[in-house]
Design a protein. Structure first.
Length: 231
């Protein structure tokens, strides 16, 4: 279930820079201890994720670093790009490296989500199955997908974790279902805004102290709450 949570978080939260507006996405996440609303804010190559079950997480697309902000402790912990790559490699989500990579396939199923017509696309591997309900006529979908892709680089790119990149989609995935065995995580976009965001929302508060290396390691291994973007 840890792999499912990490995979879904990387997809949900997420994932270049041709659009200029900032982006705020509110999502409803259900399953594997992640129930609740998640707010994703994107400004250029930086992304901030706020949820009730995890620390605030800031992705830096330039450095490849992740910063966890723990408000209750007024502390922060940084995870380097090298550490992220090692963790992504250890997940080994593509069980059969010799097989041709899976592709998004339309199932022909349709549904209306948040007032938009959507079509289901599946992406299946020996280890997991993903289902995306894509709104092909969502206003500005192409630019929104590029913005969602911008902060996620290196090891965190969905394609490096066995998943399609956001730019592989022909529209905006309004609902995503990630299944590993009997466990699954369902993510539904509730709202999207392109209002300006303050740069300070992507910075470490001045009164926060950095955790010692030992505490950071415990946080990454699961002793303290942590999670990963992205479709």
């Amino acid at each position: 279930m840890r792999n499912l949570a990490a995979l879904s978080a990387s997809i949900v939260f997420g994932l270049v820079l041709t659009a200029h507006a900032d982006l705020t996405i509110v999502q409803k996440v259900e399953g594997v201890g992640q129930d609740g609303d998640v707010t994703v804010k994107i400004k250029g190559d930086k992304e901030r994720i706020d949820s009730t079950s995890q620390p605030t997480r800031i992705f830096d697309g330039k450095s490849g670093e992740i910063t966890n902000l723990m408000d209750d402790r007024k502390a922060f912990a940084k995870i380097s790009a090298a550490q992220i790559k090692k963790a992504a490699d250890s997940m080994d989500l593509n069980a059969d490296k010799k097989s041709a990579p899976p592709r998004l396939s339309a199932t022909g199923k349709k549904d209306i989500i948040n007032g938009y017509d959507t079509e289901e696309y599946i992406y299946e591997t020996p280890r997991f199955k993903a289902s995306f309900w894509v709104a092909t006529k969502y206003p500005g979908a192409a630019d929104i997908l590029k913005q969602m892709q911008a902060p996620i680089a290196g090891a965190l790119k969905p394609s490096n974790m066995g998943m399609p990149d956001y730019t592989d989609f022909k529209g905006l995935p309004l609902k995503t279902v990630i299944s590993v065995g009997p466990n699954r995580v369902v993510t539904t976009i509730v709202s999207i805004k392109q209002d300006p965001l303050s740069p300070s929302e992507f910075e470490i508060p001045t009164d926060f102290q950095e955790l010692k290396q030992q505490t950071q390691t415990e946080s990454q291994s699961g002793a303290s709450p942590s999670s990963s973007a992205t479709p």
